[in-house]
Design a protein around this ligand. Structure first.
Ligand code: NAD
Ligand code: DAU
Length: 355
C-alpha cells in the first residue's frame, strides 16, 4: 500500500485518479478535509477495493503512527499542505502547523516505522515530499531558471513554510538515512483545482460574467505545468528517483499572468461565446497587487528529463483547452464550492483589492 496525504486536494486527487487507472496497488488517502479537500473529486474511485480514506490531520502524531502500524505502507507521498499564497498572507498560522509541523510529524512516524522494517521492505521504502518552486524565491526576467542547486530564498509565509518542510526532509535523510526524495514543481493547472487559484478563478468568473481580477500590472511570470504531467513525474520519481535527491519539475511554459488570462478568454470566446457577442477580455480588471508578489518563477527541468526520461505531454495551449473543457463540463463541481466557504474568502481577499 501507498499513503497519499492530501489526496482530496487538487494534485493529490489527480494523482489518485491516474494511479488507480494504471495500478493495482492500494492507496490510503490521508486528508484532514480542510476547505481545499473535496472528496467529490474522487467519486469515480471511492468504491474501488484498492482505495481507502482516512480523515486524519497530518499533525496528529498518534493518529498517523496508528495508520503506519495498521497499514504498513511501502511508500508515503506527501501532498498535504496549505497551498494558497494569498491565504498565507491573511493567516500564516495554519501554514506553519500543516506544512512544517505536519511534515515533521509524518517524517517522525515514517522513521519510527521504517527502522522496524527489514530486508527488501526497508530498502524499498520511500518518502516522497511534494514541494514547490516558490522556495527559490523570485527571478528577474533575465535570470536563468531555477535548478536544483539554486539557493533557497522564500518570500511568502507559504513558501517559507514549504522551505522549512524541505529542510526537515533533507535532515531526515542525512541524519537518520530515511529514504526520502523531494520534488520542487512549478504552477499546476487542470481539473479539480480549487477556484481560488488564477486559472480556475478566471474561468469561473468569466462564465459568471464577473470581473477577472489581475494583480498589479499582470506582468508577473509563472511556469505552467498540466497536473497530469506533474503526476507522471511523481510516479517516475517514486519508481527510479535517487535517494536524498531533489528534482525540479516544470513545463517550460513561462507566461505573464495577463497572457494566461487572455488565453483563457480566447478559448472561451470559441467554446462558449458570450450572449452579448463581446470578448471575455472585456471583463479583465486590474486590482491591487499581492503584497511581496514574486515577479517570476521558471524551472530548469533538465535533471528529471535526463535521469528519469520524463517529458511533459501537454503544451500550454493543449493543456489549457483541455482544462477549460473540463470546467465547462463540470460547472457544478466548481459551483458547489463557490456557494460554500469560498464565498467568505472572496470577500476577505478582494475587499481591499478594489475590483
Ligand atoms: P490543495 O490546497 O488543493 O490541497 C491540499 C490538500 O491537503 C487538501 O485536500 C487538504 O484538505 C489537505 N490538507 C491540508 N491540511 C492538512 C492536514 N493538516 N492534514 C491532512 N490533510 C491536510 O493543494 P494542491 O494544489 O493540490 O497542492 C498539493 C501539494 O503540491 C502541496 O504540498 C503544494 O505545496 C504542492 N504544489 C502545488 C502546486 C500548485 O500549483 N498547486 C505546485 C507545486 C507544488
Ligand atoms: O509555483 C508553484 C505554486 O503555484 C504552488 O506552490 C502554490 O501552491 C500554487 O498556489 C501556485 O502559487 P501562485 O501564487 O503562483 O498561484 P496563484 O494561482 O495564486 O497565482 C498565480 C499568479 O496569478 C500569481 O502571480 C498571482 C496572480 N493572480 C492570482 C489570483 C488568485 C492574479 O493576478 N489574480 C488573482 O485573482
Amino acid at each position: 500500500m501507498i499513503f497519499v496525504t492530501g489526496g482530496a486536494g487538487f494534485i493529490g486527487s489527480n494523482f489518485i485518479l491516474n494511479w488507480m487507472k494504471n495500478n493495482d496497488e492500494s492507496i490510503l488517502n490521508i486528508d484532514k478535509l480542510t476547505y481545499a479537500g473535496n472528496l467529490s473529486s474522487l467519486q469515480t474511485v471511492e468504491k474501488n477495493k484498492n482505495y481507502h480514506f482516512s480523515q486524519t490531520d497530518i499533525t496528529d502524531h498518534d493518529g498517523i503512527a496508528q495508520l503506519f502500524e495498521t497499514f504498513k505502507p511501502r511508500a508515503v507521498l506527501n501532498f498535504a499542505a496549505e497551498s494558497h499564497v494569498d491565504r498565507s498572507i491573511h493567516g500564516p498560522s495554519d501554514f506553519i502547523q500543516t506544512n512544517i509541523v505536519g511534515t515533521f510529524t509524518l517524517l517522525d512516524c515514517a522513521k519510527r516505522y521504517w527502522v522496524t522494517l527489514e530486508g527488501e521492505a526497508k530498502i524499498n521504502f520511500r518518502f516522497v515530499h511534494v514541494s514547490t518552486d516558490e522556495v527559490y524565491g523570485s527571478l528577474e526576467l533575465e535570470d536563468p531558471a531555477f535548478n536544483e542547486k539554486t539557493p533557497y530564498a522564500p518570500n511568502s509565509p507559504y513558501s517559507a513554510s514549504k522551505a522549512a518542510s524541505d529542510h526537515l526532509v533533507r535532515a531526515y535523510y542525512h541524519t537518520y538515512g530515511l529514504p526520502v526524495i523531494t520534488t520542487n514543481c512549478s504552477n499546476n493547472y487542470g481539473p479539480f483545482q480549487f477556484p481560488e487559484k488564477l486559472i480556475p478563478l478566471v474561468i469561473h468568473n468569466a462564465l459568471m460574467e464577473k470581473p477577472l481580477p489581475i494583480y498589479g500590472d499582470g506582468a508577473n511570470v509563472r511556469d505552467w505545468l498540466y497536473v497530469g504531467d506533474h503526476c507522471d513525474a511523481i510516479v517516475a520519481i517514486l519508481l527510479d528517483g535517487r535517494l536524498g535527491e531533489t528534482y525540479n519539475i516544470g513545463g517550460e511554459n513561462e507566461k505573464r499572468n495577463i497572457q494566461v488570462v487572455d488565453a483563457i478568454c480566447e478559448h472561451l470566446d470559441t467554446l462558449r461565446p458570450r450572449a452579448n457577442g463581446k470578448s471575455y477580455k472585456e471583463l479583465k480588471t486590474f486590482v491591487k497587487d499581492r503584497p511581496g508578489h514574486d515577479k517570476r518563477y521558471a524551472i530548469d527541468a533538465t535533471k528529471i528529463k535526463k535521469e528519469l526520461d520524463w517529458q511533459p505531454k501537454e503544451t500550454f495551449n493543449s493543456g489549457l483547452k483541455r482544462t477549460i473543457e473540463w470546467y465547462l463540463e463540470n460547472f457544478l463541481w466548481v459551483d458547489n464550492i463557490v456557494s460554500g466557504e469560498y464565498k467568505t474568502w472572496v470577500v476577505k481577499n478582494y475587499k481591499d483589492k478594489s475590483i
